[in-house]
Design a protein. Structure first.
Length: 319
């Protein structure tokens, strides 16, 4: 609203001045991250990093006057770089509210978190809010411990690939698609023809590899107490309530974000450590429960699925 008001004032000035020219940018240029203290007055800082919405590598569509918002991968990496330059940051909390996303984006974020932990040697906790499934849970396995809210849903260990087949529809409307290709399988999973059994087997092999990687990440997380045979039974894509996830060993405790903060303060030895978050100037975070301000675009609701532009392998819970 502030930007719209400024635009109206500028236009009024132009009309009043006759031939005067005012250069008003319609899209606000992206600003570097700034820090906001959410609570606490201690010396040390605990940084909250959001993993929210669909996890992807692509920039998210912004509002009319906002332009594109950074992707989840970009946002997390920028936050970690800023935190690495601040010696007062003594602990990191992932606040997760995500159904997951692409395999690659989830893996990049997990990798970046582990590398940050190595360089800074500080504790990392994850707090699953409403939902932390598939890629959201995959990212959480980088933390020292995972806490889930009592009403959270987590799990969904698995891989998903969505694709359309519109061959029948195209035939009904009299449209024929002709593909000229260099190899028999160059148009593998094309929406314009039905996949052959051997092609589906090729894709299934890739999915099985990604699934095996997911299982290995869960098994290798700090504090894991699940035997591989039992974990494989849990890793069939099902989701778990917080209490069931605790019984199964997928998380370490059930609690609230306040509990995670209190535990982190104890770990870093500062009972009144400042809880901080990074934000873009112009947005606002009023409390520890203030989520990321970016609203998901339509493609986020579709999990990054593009019927005609090529599907992606997803660590995503998509009921």
């Amino acid at each position: 609203m502030r930007a719209i008001g400024f635009l109206l004032i500028s236009l009024t000035a132009v009309m009043a001045a006759g031939c005067a020219f005012v250069d008003v940018p319609l899209v606000r240029a992206p600003q570097p991250l700034a820090e906001q203290v959410l609570e606490g007055e201690g010396t040390k800082k605990i940084l909250i990093v959001d993993i929210s919405g669909t996890i992807g590598e692509q920039a998210k569509g912004g509002g009319l006057l906002e332009g594109e918002a950074p992707s989840t991968v970009s946002q997390v990496r920028e936050s970690l770089k800023k935190a690495e330059r601040d010696p007062k940051v003594a602990g990191l909390i992932l606040r997760i509210n995500s159904p997951g996303g692409t395999v690659t984006a989830s893996d990049i974020i997990r990798h970046d978190l582990l590398e940050f932990k190595k360089r800074r040697n500080l504790p990392l906790s994850a707090c699953i809010m409403g939902i932390g499934t598939s890629g959201g849970y995959y990212v959480a396995t980088a933390s020292d411990e995972i806490t889930a809210h009592p009403t959270a849903v987590t799990g969904s260990i698995g891989v998903l690939l969505l694709t359309f087949n519109v061959e029948g529809l195209m035939g009904k409307i009299g449209v024929e698609v002709k593909t000229i290709k260099s190899g028999e399988r160059k148009d593998l999973l094309s929406p314009f023809r039905r996949a052959k059994p051997d092609e589906e087997r090729l894709v299934q092999e890739i999915i099985d590899q990604f699934h095996g990687r997911f299982v290995a990440m869960v098994q290798g997380r700090p504090g894991n107490r699940i035997a591989r045979e039992d974990l494989l039974k849990l890793a069939d894509g099902r989701v778990f309530s917080a209490s069931d996830a605790l019984k199964s060993g997928l998380i370490d405790r059930v609690g609230y974000l306040d509990d995670v903060i209190a535990s982190m303060r104890e770990r870093i030895g500062d009972p009144d450590a400042r809880v901080v978050a990074y934000f873009r100037p112009g947005s606002y975070k009023g409390s520890i429960y203030a989520g990321s301000a970016d609203e998901p675009a339509m493609m986020e609701f579709l999990g990054g699925f593009d019927a005609l532009g090529g599907s992606q392998f997803m660590y995503l819970w998509k009921p």
